[in-house]
Design a binder for this molecule. Structure first.
Ligand code: FAD
Length: 331
């Protein structure tokens, strides 16, 4: 059954002032969104953005991408955080603006590497003051040429410590990153990396969002180990990147350590420089991948949008999941 409801159906919410620091009641904890959608037998759809670097990028995100995505009503959005805090203010500003203008729950990413506890606390207090209720707690990566930056007086070495810190502050639903093929820097084996993910959940993470992958068996093996061997009970949501460009996906997978299976790469290379054919194939491939993941019990889909609406909206439509956002509880 499809429950049609968008955030604009609650007239009381529409009357709330659109000013900074006001948290509309439509902004929810993501753990509650997952619980509601699970009870309705529907997947949770989330879409990830990065903070635009230019006014033109802002315009594209707010004037084109977001309105197009709102038409298919994902359950929540998330906004990334630049390495070492380079987008700190921008991340919070974009999350705040989405929540105020679109009344849709948006999660702020936060990394802790080479950041002091005081700065982390300040970010969280600022987030809270803006009505941001969800944080994706990450370690982050040091830039290649960072030298001694890692030694900056810093309260956190791994993200489980950040999860614990946020949990202790209270008031947030916490997401964490999971790696179906193991984290690229983990040399101790997949299962050790997955046990470390369990530690993040034990310290307070409510939801796992995964790194991109193309072979669903990687996700199912990872999920089954977490659930059946480690007893994890929180949602483990696959992260999906629709392929839009062959060179770009080769670069991304090399950086994040995800496998681009040889038959998939061969297929992409056979398209040569026919960019449109690559995009069409990428959307179709991602649709089939998502379909199989949902059929295999995935609790939702986290779509990496690269700030473009086209692929994400097409995939959501192809899956018949347009406007299945869970209803906003009335206060
Ligand atoms: C959904 C998603 C969103 C992301 N968003 C961003 C973003 O906005 N900004 C950004 O900069 N990056 C982002 N990343 C990338 C992420 O920051 C990097 O992958 C980073 O290298 C790992 O982050 P983590 O939180 O998983 O780290 P951790 O959980 O700390 O793990 C990092 C490494 O340390 C190891 N480890 C963990 N605990 C221990 C321990 N106790 N002892 C020894 N080793 C340990 C792990 O096995 C792993 O190899 C994102 C990743 C995902 C999947």
């Amino acid at each position: 059954m499809t429950h049609r409801m968008t955030s604009t159906t609650n007239s009381r919410i529409d009357q709330l002032p659109v000013t900074a620091g006001v948290a509309p009641t439509s902004i929810r904890l993501i753990r509650d969104i997952y619980a509601d959608k699970q009870a309705m037998g529907l997947p949770v759809i989330s879409v990830e953005f990065f903070p635009p670097k230019t006014p033109k990028g802002d315009e594209t995100l707010f004037e084109r991408t977001l309105p197009a995505l709102q038409a298919v009503a994902p359950d929540f959005y998330s906004v990334t955080y630049g390495a070492g805090g380079s987008t700190r203010d921008k991340t919070l500003a974009v999350v705040d603006r989405i929540q105020r203008e679109h009344r849709t729950t948006t999660m702020a990413h936060l990394t802790c590497i080479s950041t002091s506890r005081a700065d982390i606390e300040h970010y969280l207090l600022e987030a809270r003051a803006k009505g941001i209720r969800n944080i994706l707690a990450l370690r982050g990566d040091l830039p290649q040429d960072s030298g001694d930056l890692a030694q900056v007086e810093c309260g956190f070495e791994y993200s489980y410590q950040l999860v614990a810190f946020i949990k202790q502050m209270g008031g947030f639903s916490i997401g964490t990153a999971g790696f179906p093929e193991s984290h690229v820097a983990c040399t101790d084996g997949k299962q050790v990396d997955w046990q470390r993910l369990k530690a993040k959940i034990d310290h307070g993470a409510d939801v796992v969002l995964t790194q991109l992958f193309f072979d669903n068996d990687d996700y199912f093996t990872f999920r089954d180990y977490l659930v059946e061997t480690l007893g994890v009970r929180v949602p483990i949501t696959p992260g999906i990147l629709p392929i839009l460009n062959t060179e770009q996906i080769k670069r991304f997978t090399e950086i994040c350590g995800s496998t681009l299976p040889a038959p998939l790469l061969a297929k992409l290379e056979a398209f040569g420089d026919d960019a449109e054919a690559v995009t069409e194939f990428g959307i179709e491939f991602a649709t089939r991948q998502c379909e199989a993941l949902l059929a295999g019990g995935a609790p939702g889909l986290h779509l990496y949008s690269l700030n473009k609406a086209h692929a994400a909206t097409r995939i959501i439509d192809n899956l018949g999941l347009r406007s299945t956002r869970s209803p906003t509880p009335r206060a």
